[in-house]
Design a protein around this ligand. Structure first.
Ligand SMILES: Nc1ncnc2c1ncn2[C@@H]1O[C@H](COP(=O)(O)OP(=O)(O)OP(=O)(O)O)[C@@H](O)[C@H]1O
Length: 268
């Protein structure tokens, strides 16, 4: 006798995120409380968010809203008081300090407002430095490939003082990309650049997300910024206020982002 089994099966549980590759970074109920003699501060209060692989997210919010804390915790540089974080499908809460350092080195890249390059080294050697510090022999093709990705292949032998600010930031991005990280964290990457150089860097970041060299998703980028123009290059803008995510906008223009920010700024 034939039995239709389908009617007896329970419906599949909904996935916690859309079909496709798993998110690059997941924050689940993250709270961070700082305690000091002067009292306690809840810098993050139950933040949950999945940063989809191959997307560019900007994080904005008034001063003190928790942007840096969120970035530090997502990058495993700080631990949540409550909640969990996973990067590249690895739960950070269970990792030893050594394992966390290894994951950071292999799965995360960092770009800051200050480029943090060594003036005595060429662009090539600056990109190769993290691998050398980790005791590995840098692969020439990978270093050259990272410099090509940021459009600086021809300048590999220049030292930072012989490069413009925008070019130095590109070297810093190449250094961050060299290990092919699952996620690139950028903290005000255009903060020290003039408008023109800032745009070039944002177009570069946008291009890394849009144009993967292989059939895997493009680069995942998470960027903290105060600048609505910078945020307009992102797929999605997350707005923080008082330690909580209070809004999200998709592919918005600088005027829309400024208007949302103005609503969040405390009135004088
Ligand atoms: N180490 C710390 N000890 C105590 N309080 C802290 C510490 N770090 C941050 N805070 C507090 O946590 C809150 C969030 O700080 P955070 O630096 O994450 O904000 P932010 O949005 O990045 O601010 P900004 O835009 O000014 O850089 C603030 O009230 C801040 O004073």
């Amino acid at each position: 006798m034939l039995v239709d089994m389908t009617v007896t099966l329970a419906p599949a549980l909904p996935a916690p995120w859309p079909p496709g590759p798993p998110p690059a970074v997941v924050l689940d109920g993250v709270t961070r409380t700082y305690r000091s003699r002067s009292g306690t501060v809840d810098a993050l209060r139950g933040v949950s968010h999945a940063f989809a692989a191959g997307t560019f997210t900007a994080i904005m919010g008034p001063s003190g809203s928790g942007k840096s804390t969120l970035m530090q915790i997502a990058a495993g540089l700080d631990r949540p008081t409550r909640g969990r974080v996973s990067v590249a499908e690895t739960d950070l809460s269970g990792l030893s300090r050594t394992a966390l350092t290894k994951l950071r080195r292999e799965a995360m890249g960092f770009v800051f407002q200050q480029y943090n390059l060594l003036d005595a080294l060429t662009a090539y050697d600056n990109v190769a430095l993290p691998a050398r510090l980790a005791g590995r022999l840098p692969h020439r093709a990978a270093v050259v490939g990272a410099l090509e990705q940021v459009g600086l292949h021809g300048l590999a032998r220049r030292r930072p003082p012989e490069l413009s600010g925008g070019q130095q930031q590109r070297v810093a991005i190449a250094r961050a990309l060299h290990a092919r990280p699952a996620v690139l964290f950028a903290d005000e990457p255009t903060g020290a650049l003039d408008r023109h150089a800032g745009r070039d860097v944002l177009e570069l970041l946008r291009g890394l997300v849009d144009a993967p060299a292989t059939d895997t998703p493009g680069q995942t980028v998470v960027m903290v910024t105060h600048d609505p123009l910078a945020a307009s290059y992102a797929d999605s803008v997350l707005f923080l206020a008082d330690g909580r995510i209070v809004g999200q906008m998709e592919r918005s223009d600088p005027a829309q982002i400024s208007a949302r920010m103005a609503e969040l700024e405390p009135t004088p």
